[in-house]
Design a binder for this molecule. Sequence first.
Ligand code: C2E
Ligand code: MG
Ligand code: MG
Ligand code: MG
Length: 272
Amino acid sequence: RAKANGRNSCAVFDEVMREEAMRILDLEADLRRAINSDDFVAYYQPIVRLSDRRVIGHEALLRWRHERRGLLAPGEFIGLGEDSGLIEEVDWLMYAQVAKRLAREDFGYISVNVSPRHFLSPDFADRLLRLLDEAGANPHRLRIEITEGALLDDTARALRMLRTLRSNGVLVQLDDFGTGFSALSYLHRFPLECLKIDRSFVAGLVGDTRPESMAVVRAIQALAGSLGIHTIAEGVESEAQRIILRELGCQHGQGYLFGHPTEQLLPMASLR
Ligand code: C2E
Ligand code: MG
Ligand code: MG
Ligand code: MG
Protein backbone atom coordinates (compact mmCIF):
# COMPACT_ATOMS: atom_id res chain seq x y z
CA ARG A 1 0.00 0.00 0.00
CA ALA A 2 2.76 2.34 0.97
CA LYS A 3 4.41 1.66 -2.36
CA ALA A 4 1.25 2.38 -4.31
CA ASN A 5 0.79 5.60 -2.38
CA GLY A 6 4.36 6.63 -3.07
CA ARG A 7 3.92 6.05 -6.77
CA ASN A 8 0.71 8.01 -6.69
CA SER A 9 2.19 11.03 -5.01
CA CYS A 10 5.06 10.85 -7.50
CA ALA A 11 2.58 11.09 -10.35
CA VAL A 12 0.87 14.00 -8.67
CA PHE A 13 4.23 15.65 -8.13
CA ASP A 14 5.19 15.20 -11.80
CA GLU A 15 1.91 16.72 -12.86
CA VAL A 16 2.44 19.73 -10.59
CA MET A 17 5.98 20.19 -11.93
CA ARG A 18 4.77 19.94 -15.51
CA GLU A 19 2.05 22.51 -14.92
CA GLU A 20 4.52 24.85 -13.26
CA ALA A 21 6.93 24.52 -16.19
CA MET A 22 4.09 25.21 -18.65
CA ARG A 23 3.02 28.24 -16.65
CA ILE A 24 6.53 29.67 -16.80
CA LEU A 25 6.79 29.04 -20.55
CA ASP A 26 3.42 30.70 -21.10
CA LEU A 27 4.43 33.70 -19.05
CA GLU A 28 7.71 34.02 -20.91
CA ALA A 29 5.88 34.00 -24.25
CA ASP A 30 3.46 36.59 -22.85
CA LEU A 31 6.38 38.72 -21.71
CA ARG A 32 7.93 38.70 -25.18
CA ARG A 33 4.62 39.77 -26.70
CA ALA A 34 4.18 42.45 -24.04
CA ILE A 35 7.61 43.89 -24.92
CA ASN A 36 6.62 44.09 -28.59
CA SER A 37 3.41 45.92 -27.83
CA ASP A 38 4.76 47.94 -24.87
CA ASP A 39 2.16 46.78 -22.36
CA PHE A 40 4.03 48.30 -19.42
CA VAL A 41 3.19 51.36 -17.43
CA ALA A 42 5.18 53.35 -14.93
CA TYR A 43 3.51 53.97 -11.60
CA TYR A 44 4.94 56.69 -9.40
CA GLN A 45 5.19 56.78 -5.62
CA PRO A 46 6.00 60.06 -3.88
CA ILE A 47 9.17 60.44 -1.79
CA VAL A 48 8.70 63.08 0.90
CA ARG A 49 10.59 65.07 3.49
CA LEU A 50 9.62 63.45 6.79
CA SER A 51 9.46 66.75 8.71
CA ASP A 52 6.67 68.36 6.67
CA ARG A 53 5.69 65.73 4.07
CA ARG A 54 6.86 67.90 1.23
CA VAL A 55 7.19 65.89 -1.98
CA ILE A 56 10.79 65.92 -3.22
CA GLY A 57 10.61 63.25 -5.90
CA HIS A 58 9.06 59.97 -7.00
CA GLU A 59 10.12 56.39 -7.55
CA ALA A 60 8.96 54.84 -10.82
CA LEU A 61 7.58 51.33 -10.28
CA LEU A 62 6.96 48.92 -13.10
CA ARG A 63 3.48 47.53 -13.81
CA TRP A 64 2.49 45.13 -16.59
CA ARG A 65 -0.98 45.50 -18.11
CA HIS A 66 -1.53 41.83 -18.86
CA GLU A 67 -4.33 41.20 -21.36
CA ARG A 68 -5.97 38.45 -19.29
CA ARG A 69 -4.51 38.70 -15.82
CA GLY A 70 -4.88 42.42 -15.24
CA LEU A 71 -2.28 44.71 -13.70
CA LEU A 72 0.79 42.73 -12.54
CA ALA A 73 3.38 43.99 -10.04
CA PRO A 74 7.06 43.11 -10.57
CA GLY A 75 6.98 40.35 -7.96
CA GLU A 76 4.95 38.23 -10.40
CA PHE A 77 7.37 38.37 -13.32
CA ILE A 78 10.68 40.02 -12.43
CA GLY A 79 12.40 36.73 -11.59
CA LEU A 80 11.41 35.33 -14.96
CA GLY A 81 12.47 38.58 -16.63
CA GLU A 82 15.90 38.40 -15.03
CA ASP A 83 16.42 34.69 -15.77
CA SER A 84 15.43 35.12 -19.42
CA GLY A 85 17.30 38.41 -19.83
CA LEU A 86 14.05 40.03 -21.00
CA ILE A 87 14.02 42.45 -18.07
CA GLU A 88 16.54 44.67 -19.84
CA GLU A 89 14.12 45.46 -22.67
CA VAL A 90 11.34 46.04 -20.14
CA ASP A 91 13.62 48.44 -18.24
CA TRP A 92 14.29 50.45 -21.40
CA LEU A 93 10.57 50.75 -22.09
CA MET A 94 10.14 52.03 -18.51
CA TYR A 95 13.01 54.50 -18.78
CA ALA A 96 11.58 55.85 -22.05
CA GLN A 97 8.25 56.56 -20.31
CA VAL A 98 10.03 58.19 -17.39
CA ALA A 99 12.18 60.35 -19.69
CA LYS A 100 9.01 61.61 -21.40
CA ARG A 101 7.44 62.52 -18.06
CA LEU A 102 10.63 64.29 -16.96
CA ALA A 103 10.65 66.34 -20.14
CA ARG A 104 6.97 67.26 -19.75
CA GLU A 105 6.45 67.76 -16.01
CA ASP A 106 8.64 69.67 -13.60
CA PHE A 107 8.00 67.77 -10.34
CA GLY A 108 11.34 66.95 -8.72
CA TYR A 109 13.41 63.88 -9.47
CA ILE A 110 12.29 60.42 -10.56
CA SER A 111 14.25 57.34 -9.53
CA VAL A 112 14.19 54.16 -11.61
CA ASN A 113 15.19 50.63 -10.66
CA VAL A 114 17.74 48.49 -12.45
CA SER A 115 18.67 44.86 -11.99
CA PRO A 116 22.34 44.25 -11.01
CA ARG A 117 23.33 42.47 -14.22
CA HIS A 118 21.71 45.13 -16.35
CA PHE A 119 23.44 47.93 -14.43
CA LEU A 120 26.82 46.32 -15.14
CA SER A 121 26.25 45.85 -18.88
CA PRO A 122 28.92 47.91 -20.65
CA ASP A 123 26.72 50.38 -22.52
CA PHE A 124 24.17 51.01 -19.75
CA ALA A 125 25.24 54.60 -19.00
CA ASP A 126 25.73 55.61 -22.64
CA ARG A 127 22.36 54.26 -23.67
CA LEU A 128 20.65 55.93 -20.73
CA LEU A 129 22.24 59.32 -21.39
CA ARG A 130 21.34 59.08 -25.08
CA LEU A 131 17.74 58.24 -24.22
CA LEU A 132 17.48 61.24 -21.87
CA ASP A 133 19.05 63.52 -24.45
CA GLU A 134 16.70 62.39 -27.20
CA ALA A 135 13.66 62.87 -24.95
CA GLY A 136 14.84 66.32 -23.91
CA ALA A 137 15.01 65.28 -20.23
CA ASN A 138 17.50 66.75 -17.75
CA PRO A 139 19.83 63.98 -16.42
CA HIS A 140 19.96 65.78 -13.05
CA ARG A 141 16.33 64.86 -12.50
CA LEU A 142 16.82 61.13 -13.00
CA ARG A 143 18.20 58.82 -10.32
CA ILE A 144 19.08 55.16 -10.47
CA GLU A 145 18.31 52.67 -7.70
CA ILE A 146 20.64 49.71 -7.41
CA THR A 147 21.04 47.05 -4.74
CA GLU A 148 24.30 46.12 -3.08
CA GLY A 149 24.65 43.09 -5.35
CA ALA A 150 25.30 45.44 -8.26
CA LEU A 151 28.30 46.93 -6.45
CA LEU A 152 29.95 43.80 -5.15
CA ASP A 153 29.88 41.55 -8.24
CA ASP A 154 32.50 43.55 -10.07
CA THR A 155 33.56 46.53 -7.98
CA ALA A 156 35.87 48.06 -10.59
CA ARG A 157 33.18 48.06 -13.24
CA ALA A 158 30.53 49.29 -10.80
CA LEU A 159 32.79 52.17 -9.79
CA ARG A 160 33.35 53.18 -13.43
CA MET A 161 29.61 53.05 -14.09
CA LEU A 162 28.82 55.16 -11.02
CA ARG A 163 31.43 57.76 -11.98
CA THR A 164 30.20 58.02 -15.57
CA LEU A 165 26.61 58.43 -14.44
CA ARG A 166 27.43 60.94 -11.72
CA SER A 167 29.68 63.09 -13.89
CA ASN A 168 26.77 63.36 -16.30
CA GLY A 169 24.34 64.35 -13.56
CA VAL A 170 22.60 61.02 -12.86
CA LEU A 171 22.77 60.26 -9.11
CA VAL A 172 22.61 56.73 -7.73
CA GLN A 173 20.89 55.55 -4.55
CA LEU A 174 21.36 52.22 -2.82
CA ASP A 175 18.06 50.31 -2.56
CA ASP A 176 16.90 47.92 0.21
CA PHE A 177 19.90 48.83 2.32
CA GLY A 178 20.67 46.50 5.20
CA THR A 179 19.35 43.32 3.60
CA GLY A 180 22.38 42.47 1.46
CA PHE A 181 25.91 41.68 2.48
CA SER A 182 26.56 45.28 3.47
CA ALA A 183 30.28 45.23 2.84
CA LEU A 184 30.71 48.36 4.88
CA SER A 185 34.40 48.69 4.16
CA TYR A 186 33.64 49.11 0.44
CA LEU A 187 30.87 51.62 0.72
CA HIS A 188 32.98 54.77 1.05
CA ARG A 189 34.58 54.07 -2.32
CA PHE A 190 31.35 54.43 -4.24
CA PRO A 191 29.91 57.83 -5.09
CA LEU A 192 26.36 57.23 -3.84
CA GLU A 193 23.72 59.87 -3.25
CA CYS A 194 21.76 58.13 -0.53
CA LEU A 195 20.88 54.88 1.25
CA LYS A 196 17.30 53.61 1.17
CA ILE A 197 16.57 51.91 4.49
CA ASP A 198 14.86 48.61 3.74
CA ARG A 199 11.21 48.48 4.70
CA SER A 200 11.70 45.43 6.94
CA PHE A 201 13.50 47.66 9.47
CA VAL A 202 10.84 50.35 9.19
CA ALA A 203 8.14 47.73 9.79
CA GLY A 204 10.10 46.50 12.81
CA LEU A 205 10.05 49.93 14.47
CA VAL A 206 6.55 49.21 15.74
CA GLY A 207 6.00 45.92 17.54
CA ASP A 208 8.11 43.30 19.30
CA THR A 209 11.31 43.91 17.34
CA ARG A 210 11.36 47.61 18.09
CA PRO A 211 14.69 47.76 19.99
CA GLU A 212 16.54 45.72 17.36
CA SER A 213 15.09 47.70 14.47
CA MET A 214 15.91 50.99 16.18
CA ALA A 215 19.48 49.80 16.63
CA VAL A 216 19.74 48.90 12.93
CA VAL A 217 18.27 52.22 11.77
CA ARG A 218 20.57 54.09 14.15
CA ALA A 219 23.58 52.23 12.74
CA ILE A 220 22.51 52.99 9.15
CA GLN A 221 22.08 56.67 10.06
CA ALA A 222 25.54 56.78 11.63
CA LEU A 223 27.03 55.13 8.56
CA ALA A 224 25.25 57.53 6.21
CA GLY A 225 26.42 60.43 8.36
CA SER A 226 30.04 59.34 8.15
CA LEU A 227 29.71 58.95 4.38
CA GLY A 228 28.15 62.40 4.16
CA ILE A 229 24.98 61.17 2.50
CA HIS A 230 21.31 61.07 3.46
CA THR A 231 18.76 58.29 3.86
CA ILE A 232 15.26 57.49 2.60
CA ALA A 233 13.10 55.18 4.72
CA GLU A 234 11.07 52.71 2.64
CA GLY A 235 7.64 51.34 3.49
CA VAL A 236 6.53 54.03 5.95
CA GLU A 237 2.95 53.06 6.75
CA SER A 238 2.14 54.80 10.02
CA GLU A 239 2.50 58.14 11.74
CA ALA A 240 4.29 56.35 14.63
CA GLN A 241 6.97 55.15 12.19
CA ARG A 242 7.33 58.63 10.69
CA ILE A 243 7.93 60.13 14.14
CA ILE A 244 10.48 57.52 15.24
CA LEU A 245 12.35 57.80 11.94
CA ARG A 246 12.60 61.57 12.34
CA GLU A 247 13.91 61.16 15.88
CA LEU A 248 16.53 58.77 14.54
CA GLY A 249 17.67 61.43 12.08
CA CYS A 250 16.21 60.06 8.87
CA GLN A 251 15.28 62.93 6.53
CA HIS A 252 13.20 61.37 3.77
CA GLY A 253 10.56 58.66 3.48
CA GLN A 254 8.35 56.77 1.11
CA GLY A 255 5.37 54.55 1.84
CA TYR A 256 1.63 54.08 1.95
CA LEU A 257 1.35 56.73 4.71
CA PHE A 258 2.25 59.37 2.11
CA GLY A 259 0.88 57.76 -1.02
CA HIS A 260 0.51 54.53 -2.99
CA PRO A 261 2.08 54.20 -6.43
CA THR A 262 -0.25 55.73 -9.09
CA GLU A 263 0.07 57.02 -12.64
CA GLN A 264 0.20 60.61 -11.36
CA LEU A 265 3.21 62.69 -10.41
CA LEU A 266 2.55 65.01 -7.47
CA PRO A 267 3.66 68.66 -7.35
CA MET A 268 6.44 69.52 -4.91
CA ALA A 269 4.15 70.73 -2.14
CA SER A 270 3.41 69.32 1.30
CA LEU A 271 0.92 66.46 1.43
CA ARG A 272 -2.00 66.55 3.84
P1 C2E B 1 11.76 48.47 -4.51
O1 C2E B 1 12.58 49.22 -5.50
O2 C2E B 1 12.34 48.27 -3.16
O3 C2E B 1 10.37 49.23 -4.47
C1 C2E B 1 9.60 49.40 -3.31
C2 C2E B 1 8.45 48.41 -3.26
O4 C2E B 1 7.74 48.59 -2.03
C3 C2E B 1 7.41 48.62 -4.36
O5 C2E B 1 6.89 47.34 -4.70
C4 C2E B 1 6.35 49.46 -3.65
O6 C2E B 1 5.06 49.38 -4.25
C5 C2E B 1 6.37 48.83 -2.27
N1 C2E B 1 5.89 49.74 -1.23
C6 C2E B 1 5.90 51.11 -1.24
N2 C2E B 1 5.42 51.61 -0.08
C7 C2E B 1 5.08 50.55 0.68
C8 C2E B 1 4.52 50.43 2.02
O7 C2E B 1 4.24 51.41 2.71
N3 C2E B 1 4.33 49.15 2.47
C9 C2E B 1 4.63 48.06 1.73
N4 C2E B 1 4.40 46.85 2.25
N5 C2E B 1 5.17 48.13 0.48
C10 C2E B 1 5.39 49.37 -0.03
P2 C2E B 1 6.64 46.93 -6.21
O8 C2E B 1 6.12 48.09 -6.99
O9 C2E B 1 5.84 45.68 -6.20
O10 C2E B 1 8.11 46.62 -6.73
C11 C2E B 1 8.85 45.56 -6.23
C12 C2E B 1 10.29 45.58 -6.70
O11 C2E B 1 10.39 45.38 -8.11
C13 C2E B 1 11.00 46.91 -6.47
O12 C2E B 1 11.40 47.01 -5.11
C14 C2E B 1 12.15 46.80 -7.43
O13 C2E B 1 13.22 46.05 -6.89
C15 C2E B 1 11.55 46.02 -8.58
N6 C2E B 1 11.19 46.95 -9.69
C16 C2E B 1 10.19 47.86 -9.72
N7 C2E B 1 10.18 48.52 -10.90
C17 C2E B 1 11.21 48.05 -11.63
C18 C2E B 1 11.76 48.35 -12.94
O14 C2E B 1 11.29 49.23 -13.69
N8 C2E B 1 12.85 47.62 -13.34
C19 C2E B 1 13.41 46.67 -12.54
N9 C2E B 1 14.49 46.03 -13.02
N10 C2E B 1 12.95 46.38 -11.32
C20 C2E B 1 11.86 47.04 -10.86
MG1 MG C 1 13.61 50.85 -5.64
MG1 MG D 1 13.56 49.29 -2.13
MG1 MG E 1 12.53 46.34 -2.00
